[in-house]
Design a protein around this ligand. Structure first.
Ligand SMILES: CSC[C@H]1O[C@@H](n2cnc3c(O)ncnc32)[C@H](O)[C@@H]1O
Ligand SMILES: [Zn+2]
Length: 462
């Protein structure tokens, strides 16, 4: 029996291009769910609608009866118990770090990084580590409805390879950091190898690049200026941890007399291609400047909570007009890659901090986890919402579980009641990566067995 959607749901029949009614048009895929949440226009829930997909793109979203008459689909997916929505965009992660999950917990950022994570990375990070770690994370992402990840880590070539093998969309980061690693010996090599990765993935429909100077406290002025210059030359963005903790800001003020934000501003780093991650320490003036520069903020509430880093002032940022996306950060600080959980935490924590139950409402959280992330990556013309012409990156959420019934408001359920375990199907560019909860591109058993082997090599610090 199809799902019953009660009152309070916005149902909008939309005028979208459809094929001639005379001759059924052959297409790749027709998906007929119980409801479609396209994310734009905001608040829309379409019942009795179908999504027509051809050549990896959304051809049309139209009333189901019309779709059945107009299209001859090579595959028909009837999903009478499901809501279909855009795939989630994880705006900030370190995918390979899933191999370090649980290595060091209950520590502040600098203790965690300097005494546990950086030593472990120094000893173990290699191309093989990154290939295996990203494959493990890709399996977790796909199971959790994430179709696109913005991934900051060493060996971006390996990251691109593993995301591609999984069929996911990814923005691999050309990392810049002042210390040597297995990936590069120093700034010149970080730039040279990063640009080589950019050249190698150019033309790949699913893989893009951004520059990623790690953080203000690990990247020199000279390297920051170069990152800005190369980003402009290559036409790609910049993604950076900024104002993650009060210590970061105080330490910079003590050493340089400037807050990191001011330094980034003075160096000409800020602009509409800049994604600032964390941003827990912001004055009202910095919030206004973030809006003026068109900077995007990657909000990582659970990593911020676990490392006790502080609270990103999302309510003020949204009110100022700053575009927000949501990230999990790495599994070594979160400790999962669950963007459904993160979306819920983002909505709840904003209310708790502001004392305003209307802060960060469900529709805004859903927007941040989809279209907001896509916009930050400069990909909102391609992904982030279900609109004719965009790529067919969508997920199906099974709604007939006890914790999801009855349904008064679909968007409320997606944010406050559903979880990643409710994701049943995941498509990227019209290709199924998970069908009825079975991964189609990854051998999950092999991926997990491989991850277990890393545990035998990596020893937590005493
Ligand atoms: C040079 S690749 C990325 C680099 O970032 C480290 N990292 C992971 N999580 C965080 C975080 O929350 N703040 C700062 N740095 C972080 C990771 O271990 C890699 O070394
Ligand atoms: Zn991070």
């Amino acid at each position: 029996m199809p799902l019953e959607f009660g009152a309070g749901i916005v149902t909008t029949a939309r005028e979208l291009p459809v094929a001639s009614p005379d001759a059924p048009q052959a297409i790749d895929l027709l998906v007929i769910p119980s409801a479609v949440v396209p994310v734009e226009p905001a608040g829309t829930v379409l019942t009795d609608h179908a999504i027509a997909v051809d050549a990896g793109r959304i051809l049309a979203i139209l009333p189901a009866a019309d779709a059945r008459a107009r299209y001859a689909a090579r595959e028909l997916r009837e999903l009478p118990h499901h809501v279909v929505m855009p795939g989630l965009v994880n705006l900030h992660t370190h995918a390979a770090m899933s191999l370090l999950r649980g290595l060091a917990d209950d520590l502040s950022l600098m203790d965690w990084l300097q005494n546990h994570i950086w030593p472990a990375e120094g000893a173990h990070v290699s191309r093989a580590f990154c290939l295996d770690g990203v494959r493990l994370s890709a399996a977790e992402f796909i199971r959790g409805g994430v179709t696109c990840a913005n991934d900051m880590y060493f060996f971006p070539d390996a990251s691109a390879e593993s995301f591609s093998a999984a069929g996911m969309r990814a923005v691999v980061n050309l990392i810049i950091i002042d210390f040597p690693s297995a990936w590069a010996a120093g700034p010149d090599e970080y730039f040279a190898k990063g640009i080589a990765v950019h050249d190698a993935v150019r033309g790949d429909p699913l893989i893009r690049t951004v520059f990623a100077p790690h953080a203000p406290y690990t990247v020199s002025d000279d390297a920051l200026r170069k990152a800005r210059a190369y980003a402009d030359e290559l036409g790609i963005g910049i993604h950076m941890h900024v104002h993650e903790t009060a210590f970061e800001v105080a330490d910079a003020v003590e050493k340089t007399g400037k807050r990191p934000w001011q330094r980034l501003k003075d160096l000409g780093m800020l602009g509409p291609d800049f994604i600032a991650v964390h941003m827990t320490q912001l004055t009202d003036q910095e919030i206004a400047e973030a809006a003026q520069f068109g900077v995007h903020v990657a909000h990582c509430p659970e990593s911020n909570l676990k490392l006790a880093s502080g609270f990103c002032p999302t309510t003020k940022l949204l009110a100022a007009g700053v575009n927000l996306g949501i990230g999990t950060d790495g599994a070594a600080s979160n400790n999962d890659l669950d963007l459904f959980g993160e979306m819920r935490t983002a909505a709840l924590i904003a209310k708790g901090i502001s004392g305003d139950a209307q802060a960060f409402p469900a529709a805004k959280a859903l927007h941040a986890a989809t279209l907001g992330g896509a916009k930050a990556l400069g990909m909102d013309g391609e992904i982030g919402s279900l609109v004719a012409g965009k790529a067919a990156d969508f997920i199906a959420i099974e709604m007939n579980a006890p914790h999801l019934q009855p349904v008064y408001n679909v968007i409320s359920h997606l944010v406050y009641a559903a979880g990643r375990g409710d994701v049943s199907d995941v498509y990227v560019a019209g290709r199924p990566l998970m069908r009825e909860r079975r991964l189609t591109t990854l051998d999950e058993e092999a991926v997990v067995a491989n991850a277990m082997q890393w545990r035998t090599r990596i020893k937590p610090a005493p």
